[in-house]
Design a protein around this ligand. Structure first.
Ligand code: COA
Length: 177
């Protein structure tokens, strides 16, 4: 799988490429920085454990699972992953997750990472992409809608965000007819 240098709307350049084991440290940093913001992802904090993170990175096979990172001078400042369904009945579906570090948002990187993941899913023969997003996350929802994702339902008051119960929205995109 190729690595591709892209230019963001503010002129900065990053390389979008499949993850490597040496991304473990910066990906741990990302999850804990973004988790600390409390309102975007389920995880709040993971205890940094490089061995475990490398083991997790080693599980992405590029066939049924993939993790793309945005590499800024060797630091993975954002990532998008896909996990293919593991049952025969859901093998056609892939679940997507995406997170970009503060300071790198709003300049086109999310769209590029999502397009790269969807391109990979189409090439691997997936028929449907799915994801879940907190109802309060307007930026993410606008991005997904602009890519063609549709709301498929909500889990009402499913997450507790800074003291308020909020909905989690399930979105899907049919990839192939
Ligand atoms: C959600 C996220 C992936 C979006 O990526 P991004 O790089 O910030 O977004 P982009 O710059 O590619 O913008 C994509 C779209 O989002 C919307 N958007 C971008 N910045 C926005 C802002 N400040 N306010 C509102 N909408 C905004 C626009 O519709 C934009 O469309 P455009 O490409 O036509 O301008 C990223 O902000 C992020 O990782 N946030 C924290 C973690 C998170 O929320 N993850 C998703 C959990 S479901």
């Amino acid at each position: 799988m190729r690595g591709e240098e892209v230019t963001l709307k503010d002129g900065r350049k990053v390389v979008i490429r499949p993850s490597r084991l040496r991304d473990a440290q910066s990906l741990l940093r990302n999850v804990n920085l973004i988790g600390r913001e409390e309102v975007y992802i389920l995880l709040d904090h993971v205890v940094p454990n490089l061995e475990e993170e490398r083991r997790w990175l080693g599980t992405f096979d590029g066939v049924r699972t993939v993790l793309f990172v945005a590499d800024a001078d060797g630091e993975a400042i954002g990532s998008a992953d896909c996990h293919g369904g593991t049952y025969a009945k859901t093998r056609h579906v892939g679940g997507i997750g995406i997170a970009i570090r503060d300071g790198w948002r709003g300049v086109g990187l999310g769209r590029m990472l999502m397009e790269r993941i969807l391109e990979w899913m189409r090439a691997r023969g997936f028929k449907k992409a799915e994801l879940a997003v907190f109802g309060t996350n307007g930026r993410a929802r606008r991005l997904y809608e602009s890519l063609g994702f549709e709301n498929e339902g909500s889990s009402r008051r499913h997450v507790l965000l800074r003291g308020a119960y909020e909905d989690e929205i399930h979105m899907g995109l049919w990839l192939q007819d």
